[in-house]
Design a protein around this ligand. Structure first.
Ligand code: FUB
Length: 343
């Protein structure tokens, strides 16, 4: 995560801004919405943004979130319920700071909340907490998932019942410090300066039946261009940055993600959950605020994109609000690009 262009956006004129959709709730700031349908109800697992008064920097220190609130609604456009605190950082024994973008899954008759946080030595790890209710309260496991690192877990259930976690984020998400499978605090701060190397990749791993462990070694989510070559580091308009998500449509696997410093939600398609995936295009053009983060879910035979922007805070990058809009797959399997914000 980063915010080195936030200042420019905050100076944008406030008068000519137009938004395609309204914030789902306004009593708290919410971001990074991971949406699911459980028992015919829509549940949204967002980050809970707060004003921490920490100065903005490229590591995203100003995203200093401390708990999670889960939202739900019975239909798109219906009343949104904020279910209050579902997990507090003080109840996560290993966590030091920064509860970032979470996700959830249902299996074994339980709900699992997956979340990234920096541990006490300031290394991002991914934790899991369980509950008998989709809205919590969730009880965190005493340690992060063994072998986990970086940020933004997204858990996808395939039709054969296997669950896969996609995760990772470069720059503030620390992915570049794990290049040799071990944490290197002196690893490069960003992916910059390595223009012609293959871009850093998101990660994918199958989860164990108990949903608390990785069932296999972590693999790279490789994104290829139309010529079959991996995207390069310098390709900031297309390379993976953070906000991994997976959905399946007509038997194809759609890996979507944020391009970070170019602010797109992009997607790539493949034939199996591991990829490789071929870059296809942009799902969501930049919104107001530095970050862009999505989830894609089917509700009653229509598809929806959950995303966030900073309408409520007038462009303050760390104070965001979640929104939803319809997403359309074209007959050829491509996705119609959405422009949700203009100025
Ligand atoms: O909300 C904190 C971080 O900002 C998330 O983990 C990233 O995806 C970005 O949205």
């Amino acid at each position: 995560d980063s915010s080195n262009t936030a200042a420019t956006e905050e100076q944008a004129p406030k008068t000519n801004r137009t938004y395609l959709n309204k914030p789902l709730i306004s009593e708290i700031y919410t971001a990074d919405p991971s949406a699911h349908v459980f028992n015919n109800r829509i549940y949204i697992y967002p980050s809970h943004d707060i004003e921490s008064n920490i100065a903005q920097n490229d590591n995203g220190d100003h995203f200093a979130m401390r708990d999670y609130h889960i939202l739900s609604m019975d239909s798109i456009g219906g009343k949104v319920t904020n279910h209050g605190v579902a997990l507090d950082m003080k109840d996560v024994p290993w966590a030091g700071r920064q509860l970032w973008a979470p996700d959830a899954a249902f299996a074994n008759g339980k709900y699992y909340l997956y979340f990234p946080a920096k541990d006490k030595s300031d290394v991002f790890r991914i934790g899991v907490a369980t509950s008998t209710s989709p809205t919590g309260p969730f009880k965190a496991e005493p340690k992060p998932i063994e072998g986990s690192f970086s940020i933004d877990p997204a858990v996808f259930k395939d039709d054969n019942g296997n669950y896969y976690m996609y995760f990772g984020g470069i720059w503030g998400g620390q992915l570049q410090r794990w290049q040799n499978g071990k944490y290197d605090p002196n690893g490069s701060k960003t992916d910059l300066g390595k223009e012609n190397e293959s871009a850093l990749t998101a990660k994918v791993v199958r989860l164990s039946k108990d949903m608390l462990h990785f069932a296999e070694p972590v693999k790279d989510v490789v994104i290829l261009d139309k010529e079959g070559k991996p995207l390069l580091t310098k390709d900031h308009d297309r390379r993976f940055f953070e906000a991994a998500w997976m959905h399946k449509y007509n038997g194809k696997y759609y890996f979507s993600y944020s391009t970070g410093d170019t602010h797109y939600i992009a997607y790539a398609t493949g034939d199996n959950p591991y990829g490789p995936f071929t870059y296809q295009g942009v799902i969501l053009n930049p919104v107001l605020g530095w970050t862009n983060h999505q989830s894609i879910v089917e509700v009653n035979k229509k598809w929806y994109l959950f995303y966030h922007d900073t309408e409520l805070s007038n462009g303050q990058t760390h104070l965001r609000n979640v929104k939803v809009t319809e997403l359309k797959h074209n007959p050829d399997g491509t996705i119609e690009t959405i422009t949700a914000y203009k100025e």
